[in-house]
Ligand binder design. Sequence first.
Ligand SMILES: C[S@@+](CC[C@H](N)C(=O)[O-])C[C@H]1O[C@@H](n2cnc3c(N)ncnc32)[C@H](O)[C@@H]1O
Length: 529
Amino acid sequence: MANKLELTWFGKEEPIKIEPRLLIEQPELSNTGADPDTTNMLIHGDNLLALKALESKFAGQIKCIYIDPPYNIGAAFEHYDDNLEHSLWLSLIRPRLEILWSLLDKEAGSIWISIDDNEQAYMRVLCDELFGRHNFVAQIVWQKRYSRENREAIGDVHEYIIVYAKNKEIFKLQRNRLPMSEEQAKIYKNPNNDPRGRWRPVPMTAQGYRPNQMYPITAPGGAVHYPPAGRCWSTIESEFKKLLADGRIYFGKDNNSQPNTIRYLSEVPGVAPWTWWPSDEVGHTDSAKKEIMALFGNDNIFDTPKPETLLERIIHIASNPGDLVLDSFLGSGTTAAVAHKMGRHYIGIEMGNHAYTHCKVRLDKVIAGEDTGGVTKSAGWQGGGGYRFYELAPTLINEDAFGEAVINPDYDAAMLAAAVALHEGFTYRPDTSLFWKQSTGNENSYLFVTTRHLTGAFLDSIRNTMEEGEYLIIACRSYDGGLDKAYGNITIKKIPQMLLSRCEFGRENYNLNIVHPPVYDDEEVDPDE
Ligand SMILES: C[S@@+](CC[C@H](N)C(=O)[O-])C[C@H]1O[C@@H](n2cnc3c(N)ncnc32)[C@H](O)[C@@H]1O
């Protein structure tokens, strides 16, 4: 059904054909000493290419995605630029959100997006369109400054975290509550040295009239109580008697007032998160900067870090130890560092050089137990664990001197087979006994990639080892005429031709993915363009 309401912009419908690249581990940059089996990933590269690379393996598996994209505030930070024409910014964000949504766990997965007033409204409408308005959970207000901002007409002291869930009902059932702060817990007292600890009285009434909750209650002092007008007792009489016998009813200091149930602090399951996140609970931009200075010194500051406590709260609400957390705008590495300390698995993607100078260095310190700041203490972190560092493979298809598409010579046979499998939606899983069973697709369906010329004799030798009901695609450089029709259960395709229509090769950076610049009404438009 067509959307009745739609946000449109110049270039929105511009199709993007992203090349699915391999991710190549860089063992010299990985840190696996303390955990050789680690699956944590730190990826250097444009996140659209990186997310595309992750898409087939991680679809439906990420419990919590947090992103903190450039807010488009017209600034050029030391480590990245944040100044795009609005339609370009939307075009940058949209395809990334689409892949991120597909990566989320189908049941309890949620995505948390930091944004400020520059693009918040547009981001929200875009998310409604991509994720479905019914999946919107909340728009959190984070108090980023604790001191007055006097430079503006109206000081800007907050930003937002927009939350959508894959399935709102399941998310609500599974999300974690927040531990009660001492401020919130201070109403729990223990004036009578109750061995069950601190408690507070909760009026034992509920709204409305329910006949079996309207009985008289006689206080120990002799007063007889009925529910106040318009209300009933919150429990039936038999339950009330059990609570009374268990010492869980309080009749006031005089032992003669209206009954209250006793709620013990130890039994409170925590508080439901709400949309107001003040800086004294989750940190502010200053505390975040201090964390960065403690890690990297005063000369190597990252301009726009988030405080670890902010990420701690998001990750706590949206995931449990062992779950997978992803941040595709990793910046200085905050999300990965906090996820690591909180025992989550994680994938972090950062395009800038600070993937090496900040994210890697920061995670190495976390693993070595040398990062004593941020949430280290609250998470009880002492060091350990690991991560693997990845780069995106170079483009698979190059142009030769005559403008012809050729396979990139950097690809060896195994890389080529894995890359073509990724393009074609197969799983690269080479069989140890049969050389042509390189990749599996659906059941009984295989892909064989070779740079050699395919002759009839070679094809027959493969055919002779195939079982009844097996289906094979062969991707090769060239083949004898007529071979493509030789066997019904073998399809032969030529590379690179088989791949060329599918995606755009050779592009390393998808930040400016609009081919034509926007044309404004007041500019002269050349009708031939
Ligand atoms: C606002 S910062 C994130 C800060 C981060 N939350 C932290 O605590 O340090 C945004 C980051 O996104 C990165 N970025 C921007 N475009 C990107 C892209 N296309 N692929 C990967 N990273 C990108 C920038 O280099 C920058 O480091």
